[in-house]
Design a protein around this ligand. Structure first.
Ligand code: EPU
Length: 426
């Protein structure tokens, strides 16, 4: 499926009152595709990625790699990468500003060039998001790290075996370290790693490239090699896109079947939905049916690292719980500022109060359409599904956030019966 990539100026008009019914095909995972695309740099051989969703973040990653001299051919969801020649070992300020995940280039660039220059990311709308753990790891691995004039200068001084423990669990930090160590011809250990399915998909790729990686709980034992090979890999389905449609189905009193899902990746989301009163059925190995017409039961949710409840589903569940029969509590433990959608939901009539990292949501009878602004990717999707059940019309602005991470979201919703219209700003 191809999508139209848009300018920042488009917006969506969502008319409330429709029920989501039918089948929806879930796209490949954004957060798995990004590190896998960047991992192609680890080898001089060609690689092919299948099922990569066509999104702004993927387009930006392709541009990041092309700026380094890598040749890329994309046809629909298939991306062929020829990283034989790297002419530039730098991720510019513009690359990093457009997409924070550009910091994932640090590890692979160090492997290919012995050095890397990567713009230091600033904070973003969901939190400060420091990368101290990435840098601490590189220092422990024999890399000189200097930050000046807004850039991180990294230079590899030695190739050594590493035994490193992350102070906190970080997804892209773990991915950077795994990519780097996969090219070190020695045995290394990483402790307190992230176990998100997207990290596991990257590990699958690194194994295909020739690295030997064992996982024991939150510990990774890596035996790398210098001559890593190219790979062909089909990325896992996007569990957050799936979760968003699952919430949409129950929220609207609908009945949808999701195709191309891995049920095991959705355990915490399924548990929360069932607790809220939804019916979730496994139709086949990779198909799930979600339906239910309420009443929506209140929940007590805390976001946690995988296999806990994902922070990337927090905003969507907040919409659901805004219409619950009682009071719910959501505690956000991953990002310190990921409640910006609360103000927008309040504009739609939700009754939510925030104290520190905890939101108290008192269920209301109905939401009403309003003009709302997307504050980040997941907030953007949450506002769209809120519009599906709100009385009247909801205008969701700044949907470039949505287009960073959801492939054809509005088209998929329309196919399920929603009234969603994309319009350019005047
Ligand atoms: N952190 C540090 N120091 C570090 C790294 C992280 O303090 O060096 C903190 C962060 O500030 C945050 C927590 O640790 O408070 C967890 O951050 P993590 O590094 O795990 O997040 P990330 O790798 O930057 C990825 C996803 C996010 C997702 C988080 C958490 C990608 C490209 N991004 O971010 O996805 O929310 O893990 O699961 O994989 C999204 O898709 O909308 C999105 C934001």
């Amino acid at each position: 499926m191809t999508s139209t990539l848009l300018s920042t100026s488009e917006y969506l008009i969502v008319r409330g009152g429709s029920t989501l019914t039918g089948e929806v095909e879930i796209s490949g995972s954004k957060n798995a595709s990004l590190p896998i695309l960047i991992a192609t740099l680890l080898s001089e051989e060609r690689s092919t990625i299948l099922d990569a969703p066509y999104l702004l973040d993927i387009k930006n990653t392709i541009e990041l790699l092309e700026n380094m001299g890598v040749e890329i051919k994309r046809e629909g969801n298939r991306i062929e990468v020829n990283p034989e020649r790297i002419t530039n070992c730098r991720a510019s300020d513009e690359n990093v500003r457009r997409m924070r995940a550009s910091v994932l280039a640090m590890g692979p660039l160090l492997v290919r060039c012995g050095e890397a220059i990567v713009a230091m990311p600033g904070g973003c709308s969901i939190g400060l998001r420091p990368i101290d753990q990435h840098l601490k790891f590189f220092q422990s691995a024999g890399v000189d790290v200097n930050v000046k004039h807004g850039y991180i200068y990294l230079e590899r001084k030695e190739k050594k075996s590493v035994n490193f423990t992350f102070d906190i669990i970080t997804v892209t930090g773990t991915e950077n370290a795994l990519m780097f160590l996969s090219s070190v011809n020695k045995e290394s250990v990483l402790n307190n790693i992230a176990l998100e399915p997207e990290v596991m998909d990257l590990i699958e790729v690194l194994r295909k490239m020739g690295a030997d990686i064992e996982i024991e709980g939150r510990k990774a034992i890596i035996r790398g090699r210098e001559d890593l090979s190219g790979f062909i890999h089909k990325v896992i389905p996007d569990r957050i896109e799936a979760g968003t449609f699952m919430v949409g189905a129950y929220l609207t009193g609908g009945d949808i079947t999701l195709k191309n899902v891995i049920k095991d990746h959705l355990t915490s989301i399924i548990e929360a939905l069932r607790e809220a009163g939804a019916v979730v059925e496994e139709k086949s190995v990779n198909e799930i049916r979600v339906y239910g017409s309420g009443p929506i039961k209140p929940l007590n949710i805390e976001t946690r690292e995988y296999p806990g409840f994902p922070t990337d589903m927090q905003a969507q569940f907040m919409v659901l719980l805004s219409l619950a029969d009682g009071v719910s509590v959501i505690k956000e433990n991953i990002f310190e500022n990921r409640f910006q959608h609360v103000m927008e939901l309040k504009r739609m009539g939700a009754d939510i109060s925030v104290k520190g990292n905890t939101a108290i949501i008192k269920g209301v009878r109905n939401l009403t359409g309003a003009e709302v602004f997307s504050t980040d990717l997941r907030a953007s999707a949450a506002l769209v599904i809120a519009g599906l059940v709100a009385e009247g019309e909801t205008t969701v602005r700044d949907i470039y956030h949505l287009d960073r991470g959801y492939e054809n979201f509005d088209k998929k919703l329309a196919k399920l019966g929603a009234s969603v219209q994309r319009l350019p700003s005047l």
